[in-house]
Design a protein around this ligand. Structure first.
Ligand code: HEC
Length: 134
């Protein structure tokens, strides 16, 4: 499992101790419940990064992203992680959102196979069937 620490202002992300980088990803000033980015909901995250054939996540998987979109996706994933699952097991939600964030960070870090990981982790149906309310 991935471990990462969030620091205010600059976020330092450590992946299993093997890879470290800092970026200007905005850290959250709030604790549980409230998210960063002016309180984006899960729906907001879905609309911003996941919805549609030309979504940000699909462009990134295809290697077709625009400037800064990988960082934006990491932020969206971190926002997802901060929310509780509206439905289903908390442990499953944590596992899925962790995998998603980790994959996005790996893409940012240009790790081999990262986009494939992101494709798996962003499986819409797998997450929706467990965690999306009807
Ligand atoms: C890690 C979990 C997860 C993944 C992966 C995921 N979703 Fe979602 N999605 C959710 C949850 C949870 C909701 C329900 C949010 C709510 O109702 O509060 C949702 C809702 C949505 C919505 C409705 C948004 C609205 O309120 O209008 C759309 C559209 C959507 N997802 C598209 C996608 C697509 C397309 C993909 C795959 C490319 C995807 N999602 C991947 C968790 C996920």
């Amino acid at each position: 499992m991935m471990k990462f620490k969030k620091l205010t202002g600059v976020t330092a992300i450590f992946l299993g101790g093997s890879l470290a980088f800092t970026s200007m990803i905005r850290a959250d000033d709030h604790e549980e419940g409230e998210s960063s980015q002016g309180g984006k909901s899960i729906s907001d995250v879905m609309k911003a990064g996941f919805k549609g054939k030309e979504s940000m996540v699909k462009r990134i998987i295809a290697g077709d992203e625009k400037d800064d979109e990988i960082k934006q996706l990491i932020e969206l994933c971190l926002t997802l992680e901060k929310h509780e699952a509206p439905e289903g097991e908390a442990a499953s939600w944590k596992e899925k959102t962790d995998a998603l964030t980790k994959a996005a960070i790996y893409v940012y870090a240009e790790r081999d196979g990262a986009r494939e990981m992101l494709k798996t982790a962003s499986n819409c149906k797998a997450c929706h069937s467990d965690h999306k309310p009807d």
